[in-house]
Design a binder for this molecule. Structure first.
Ligand SMILES: NC(=O)c1ccc[n+]([C@@H]2O[C@H](COP(=O)([O-])OP(=O)(O)OC[C@H]3O[C@@H](n4cnc5c(N)ncnc54)[C@H](OP(=O)(O)O)[C@@H]3O)[C@@H](O)[C@H]2O)c1
Length: 266
């Protein structure tokens, strides 16, 4: 696979790691770019066999797939500078908030797909949304899907939902880590060693999420299976409700989605 990742920061590198784990180092011919010298040196030492450069033009030369993973405010300039060098290439833009027609107007010669991955792609447990709509060819979606399904669950999502999906699934891991840390903090507060608390919490959340996915049950139904009348869980749940955790979490996603939408308007 001949791939370029333009902007190999947190998310770009997470994708790279996932793809390396999925295909093996010999099968991934990747060029990765960054903006500053110190980051370039770091990436060179981590990926000595790859082309690591600040020159996006050199990176896309001879590559079939280009992932644009720079910060949203840098996307326009990077694509406009590349111009016809992207001709015929599959360009997957993962920049939050930028709609497909805008990406297409900056890279008219490329085959554009708007995608939204998340950090767990690096261990091939990601969630990746690919935007569908009139602006995107089905064949290009399928090509992107083949690639991204190697690093997680890949879903086709109508473009109008992409900002919401960004808030929920791409920002979501940060929200999940806060919840995870807070639960572990509670256990530490009453005496459990920190490492043990973190490990137990992570496995508990992973197991609960898998149970939900595998049974297809409503979360409330599974919650009820944990709550013995007059028991321990109910005491904890009441405390959560007093702290208005539901509306806080719901508003978290609502706010993040509005921010994603605003990015696209800037
Ligand atoms: N982080 C996530 O979980 C996540 C999830 C889904 C989507 N995204 C999207 O992915 C993109 C990157 O986010 P991030 O969190 O990975 O940010 P990040 O860590 O800041 O990565 C951005 C990278 O782009 C590089 N860069 C900036 N301008 C460049 C240019 N002109 N040419 C080449 N490289 C350039 C930066 O280089 P330097 O390091 O040298 O400054 C940096 O490595 C954003 O658009 C974001 O919306 C992120």
């Amino acid at each position: 696979m001949k791939l370029a990742i333009l902007g190999c920061g947190q998310m770009g590198e997470a994708l790279l790691k996932g793809l390396l784990a999925a295909y093996g180092a010999d099968a991934v011919d990747a060029a990765i770019t960054t903006k500053f010298d110190d980051h370039e040196q770091e990436l060179r030492s981590r990926y000595p066999r790859m082309l690591v450069t600040q020159d996006n033009s050199a990176a896309v030369k001879g590559r079939d797939v280009v992932v644009l993973a720079v910060n949203p405010d840098a996307a326009r300039e990077v694509l406009m500078t590349l111009g016809t060098e992207l001709e015929g290439k599959l360009l997957v833009c993962i920049c939050a908030g930028i709609p497909t027609d805008k990406i297409r107007s900056w890279a008219p010669s490329a085959r554009v797909v708007r995608g939204m991955p998340n950090l767990p792609c690096q261990i091939r447990q990601g969630t990746i949304a690919l935007a569908t709509g009139e602006a995107t060819a089905e064949a290009d979606i399928n090509e992107a899907k083949e690639l991204f399904s190697k690093v997680g669950m890949c879903l086709e999502i109508k473009e109008k939902y992409m900002d919401i999906v960004t808030a929920l699934a791409a920002s979501g891991p940060a929200f999940a880590f806060v919840i995870l840390e807070a639960l572990a903090d509670g256990a530490v507060m009453v005496g459990l060693p920190r490492k043990l608390a973190a490990r137990l919490t992570a496995q508990m959340i992973q197991g609960s999420a898998r149970l939900l996915l595998e049974t297809g049950a409503h979360p409330a139904e599974l919650k009820d299976q944990v709550t013995t009348p007059g028991g321990i869980t109910t005491a904890g749940l009441l405390e959560m409700e007093d702290g208005r955790i539901r509306s806080t979490l719901a508003r978290t996603v609502q706010k993040a989605a509005s921010r994603a939408q605003k990015l696209g308007e800037d």
